[in-house]
Write a new protein. Structure first.
Length: 191
């Protein structure tokens, strides 16, 4: 279990967004080997999305775009894949773009990877016109050097920033599962 007082950057050699996802997934212990999709509304976050397993939620105060913010991670692991949603309230609309840019850079850097595909994120009711509101496919490697694939959807609504991530070793990554997770994101109207 994640010690919320330990800086996630020290875990497994990854920085906090991926370390939180790994820790959230590890909270489950044994997971079902099949995808059992269920709608989930993470605690204290106004978003609805579908996870293929029962997610757990953790939170930690981190530095993001020059501000100390509470970042929550809701995630689970099943069928050798990890599914996670990171969320933070920047409390200042002028810091949202920088926060998304930092999450984008960290997503690539955390897996010593490179972006194989990038397009604007298509999340209904998300704030439009943000340069780093993107849907990314990333190829990289785990801290042990194993090839992995990652899908990261970065978006915002108001002062809230979000990162929906699916990752797995290249041999276990399933595009259809990552697409189902990304397509399930629902923000409340009026963003």
């Amino acid at each position: 279990m994640l010690n919320l007082h330990q800086h996630p950057r020290s875990q497994r050699g990854w920085s906090w967004p991926v370390a939180l996802a790994v820790s959230a997934a590890s909270l489950l212990g044994a997971c079902s080997p099949t995808l059992n999709w269920r709608e989930t509304r993470p605690k204290d976050i106004d978003i609805l999305l579908t996870f293929p397993c029962k997610p757990q939620q953790i939170a930690q105060t981190v530095q993001l775009a020059g501000s100390m913010v509470k970042m929550s991670m809701t995630g689970c692991a099943t069928d050798d894949m990890t599914f996670a949603l990171a969320h933070a309230d920047m409390r200042d609309a002028t810091k949202v773009s920088a926060a998304l840019a930092a999450l984008h850079q960290a997503a690539v850097r955390n897996v010593a990877g490179y972006v194989t595909q990038s397009q604007p994120a298509d999340v209904a009711h998300a704030t439009r016109g943000l340069a780093d509101a993107l849907d990314l496919k990333i190829a990289g490697k785990s801290p042990t050097g194993q090839p992995l694939r990652e899908r990261v959807v970065l978006f915002a609504q108001g002062t809230q920033v979000f990162q929906a991530t699916t990752f797995a070793s290249s041999s276990h990554y399933k595009d259809e599962a990552a697409q189902t997770f990304a397509n399930s994101i629902r923000l409340p109207g009026g963003g």
